[in-house]
Design a protein around this ligand. Structure first.
Ligand SMILES: *Cc1c(COP(=O)(O)O)cnc(C)c1O
Length: 370
């Protein structure tokens, strides 16, 4: 028997695969579509998601940490390229190279160190180099990158497979920052290609794919859009929703007089209101900021969240349901194709990425394959 008592999280692998194919189709011909599966595939389960993407032809995977990369290597064997986006921990270089993981390196010093360690151990050390094209987060700045271009000896001994950079405003197509970063990255890529003709260029995340072919280069790195987050906020979502989260109701109650609900007595309901308390709270990733603002979904209707969200439970006002609907009601959905990760994020004052990566581990997870 499946145990749904703590909530049921359904993850549709077919929809994720469909989103991958859709993104792949949007790329300029010749560009490859990779997949970012960091943070356990944005909370949806790397072990399940990755094989689904692999079956659609994905061979370029991006993770955040070495531990994620090692896990992925064990599961997928040698047939895929795995890039660690946050580099390699000092002292862990050899382990990283032996596992066949490609670290993203941000400084000349890191690159030299990596090359030396791999040479000493006589093992291959393919790597990615990241430049900062204007986001001012990780990556070599223009001066340091120029030093790299001038260090022919280092370039000859380093096995740089990918040059990458990250866009700061890809989800705002009109933002001038996009064009500035595009030009800066393109120029850097052209210069490096003269010296390392095999290097592949990678700039676009999910939203970057929608900025047009100029942004696609050789490898795209979508994450969120694979999992259903809208890559073009403010316009209809072209991606398929991938998750449904259903919370079991543990108590239904009729409120006999005007009364406040939950911690802090922040919100009141009128006499005659019907409430449903569902199992699932902020410890399960139901973002607390939704309290008094968000909603659930049942019987084709939105049902408001009343009062603050507790650690293990959330209270909904189900007064809008008919007598029969109320009697038969056993669960309330708080994520589905009507109540999307983007809609929930809006209620919680955050982004779909945080809604997904917060999903808790107490739910029963069901993976839909076909
Ligand atoms: C997380 C991440 C991505 C994926 O971004 P999405 O917006 O989720 O598509 C791509 N590149 C880098 C460097 C990242 O850290």
């Amino acid at each position: 028997m499946n145990d749904f008592r703590e909530g049921l999280l359904s993850i549709n692998l077919q929809s994720i695969a469909g989103n991958y194919l859709d993104l792949n189709k949007r790329l300029r011909s010749g560009a490859k579509c990779g997949a970012v599966v960091k943070a356990d595939a944005y909370g949806l389960g790397m072990s399940q998601v990755v094989p689904a993407l692999f079956r659609q032809g994905c061979r370029d995977f991006f993770v955040a940490t070495q531990a994620e990369g090692e896990r992925l290597r064990k599961e997928l064997g040698d047939s895929v390229q795995i890039v660690i986006l946050t580099g390699v921990r000092a002292g862990a270089e050899l382990e990283c190279a032996k596992a066949g993981l490609m670290p993203t390196l941000f400084t000349l010093e890191q690159l030299r160190h990596w090359v030396d360690i791999c040479a000493q151990a006589e093992i291959e050390g393919p790597c990615a180099v990241k430049i900062d094209s204007g986001m001012t987060r990780l990556g070599m700045g223009p001066e340091e990158f120029d030093l790299l271009l001038r260090d022919r000896q280092l370039l000859a001994s380093a096995d740089i497979r990918i040059l990458l950079s990250h866009l700061a405003c890809a989800d705002e197509p009109q933002h001038p920052q996009n064009d500035i970063q595009l030009r800066s990255f393109k120029e850097a890529g052209e210069k490096l290609r003269v010296l390392c003709p095999e290097v592949q260029l990678s700039l676009a995340n999910s939203s970057g794919i929608f900025l047009g072919e100029d942004y696609h280069f050789d490898i795209a790195r979508p994450g969120s859009a694979l999992y259903g987050v809208n890559p073009i906020p403010g316009t209809p979502n072209p991606m398929r929703p991938t998750v449904t989260l259903s919370l079991p109701i543990v108590q239904k109650r009729l409120v006999s007089r005007k009364q406040s609900v939950g911690y802090g007595a922040t919100q009141q309901v009128t006499a005659g209101s019907w409430l449903a308390v569902a199992r699932g709270g902020y410890a399960d990733g139901i973002i607390r900021a939704q309290g008094g603002r968000g909603c659930g979904w049942a019987c084709g209707r939105q049902l408001p969240i009343i009062g603050r969200i507790s650690m293990d439970s959330t209270t909904f006002d189900i007064s809008a349901l008919s007598h029969e609907e109320r009697d038969s009601l056993q669960s309330i959905e708080i994520l589905n194709s009507n109540l999307t990760v983007d809609a929930v994020a809006e209620h919680a004052g955050t982004i779909g990425y945080e809604v997904l990566t917060s999903l808790g581990h107490r739910y029963f997870r069901r993976y839909i394959k076909s």
